[in-house]
Design a protein around this ligand. Structure first.
Ligand SMILES: Nc1ncnc2c1ncn2[C@@H]1O[C@H](COP(=O)(O)OP(=O)(O)O)[C@@H](O)[C@H]1O
Ligand SMILES: [Mg+2]
Length: 323
């Protein structure tokens, strides 16, 4: 596809190749000529939708909130601005370039992580979410594609594009379903008002995927995906692999309870639950994946009870729904 931004200059940034995109923005690798040609990532609101006030407002909010947050496990904003050079208006935000890519890119080819690595993610993303939640901010899009891999032991929460302040709820039309269906909390899938515990459910699913190499449902469609979160009992790690440690299954299932009052109530609680369970494992079990590829494949036929609730909602923006 012809890209009108690649190779152009935006302020002091020389833009190189496209490295990622989502519902509304594109992310490019760039060099910062004002700071010794350091490598950065620049997120640009696509020219085709900059005219849409809702998207523009959402991107401005992302920039506002992400630049306010200052936490060791949240991807920092280095700079932002608008550029109306040549032929188009652009809004942009600059971040450090993360060579390791996203957790999604690690999980896809490599399958399950070790319990020890999963614990790092629980501790770091738990701390990052608790910090964001302390400002009454809900991320709403916690998923592997929004967790950057700094190195094997260090992760960084990114993409505050769907972020919402809890007290801003009155301004939205209820029934709007925003987020990534595969990682949505039941209350999010229903289009209900959310609080921080919705992010904790999504984080629980991320941890489930880290440990088992898959998600706890076998849906066949978008509607079934949403319905699974709402009513289907999750496939348990021990249904996937009978040797999965019972002690680790307990916090795993607790993190994805459907009723928000039954879940861990903070990132710190999730981390503590996992830390205690991982401490009970032998050194060997702590440092190897607990589920094999064959077991993952074998679990594709496991049936969950069908979800029966009917979902009513506006599924826009549809791009964001493609998890
Ligand atoms: N700082 C970064 N370094 C490297 N890759 C990045 C960086 N930020 C984003 N990406 C890539 O771009 C993708 C989209 O970025 P993201 O901020 O999640 O935007 P969107 O709101 O469009 O999903 C990410 O999933 C990732 O693959
Ligand atoms: Mg994203």
């Amino acid at each position: 596809m012809f890209d009108t931004i690649a190779q152009r200059e935006i302020g002091p940034y020389v833009v190189h190749e496209l490295i990622g995109w989502g519902g509304m923005a594109r992310v490019y690798r760039a060099t910062d000529t004002a700071r010794g040609d350091s490598e950065v990532a620049i997120k640009v609101l696509s020219d085709s939708i900059i005219g849409d006030p809702e998207y523009r407002q959402r991107f401005v909010r992302e920039i506002e909130i992400a630049s306010m947050l200052n936490h060791p496990y949240i991807l920092p904003v280095l700079d932002f601005g608008c550029d109306s050079g040549l032929d188009m208006d652009l809004l942009f935000m600059v971040m450090p370039f993360v060579k390791g890519g996203t957790l999604a890119e690690v999980l896809r080819p490599h399958g399950p992580l070790t319990p020890q690595q999963t614990l790092y993610i629980a501790e770091q993303m738990g701390a990052a979410l608790d910090y964001a939640h302390s400002f009454e901010i809900v991320h709403r899009d916690v998923k592997p594609a929004n967790i950057m891999v700094i190195d094997d032991d260090t992760y960084s929460l990114a993409d505050f594009g769907l972020v919402k302040r809890v007290d801003d709820w009155a301004e939205t039309t209820s029934g709007n379903v925003l987020g990534s269906p595969m990682y949505m909390s039941p209350e999010q899938a229903r289009g209900d008002q959310l609080d921080h515990r919705s992010d904790l459910y999504s984080m629980g699913l991320v941890l489930y995927e880290c440990l088992t190499g898959r998600l706890p449902y076998n849906p066949r469609s978008l509607v079934e995906t949403l319905g699974s979160h709402i009513t289907a009992p999750p496939i348990t790690p021990r249904q996937i692999s009978p040797s999965f440690p019972a002690d680790l299954e307990v916090p795993m299932l607790h993190a994805i309870e459907k009723n928000m009052n039954d879940r861990f109530q903070s990132g710190q609680e999730i981390a503590a639950g996992f830390r205690a369970a991982v401490a009970e494992l032998s050194h060997k079990d702590r440092n190897r994946p607990l589920v094999t590829r064959m077991e993952i494949e074998g679990s594709r036929h496991l049936t969950q009870q069908p979800a029966t609730r009917i979902i009513v909602g506006d599924f826009s923006p549809i791009d964001h729904l493609a998890a």
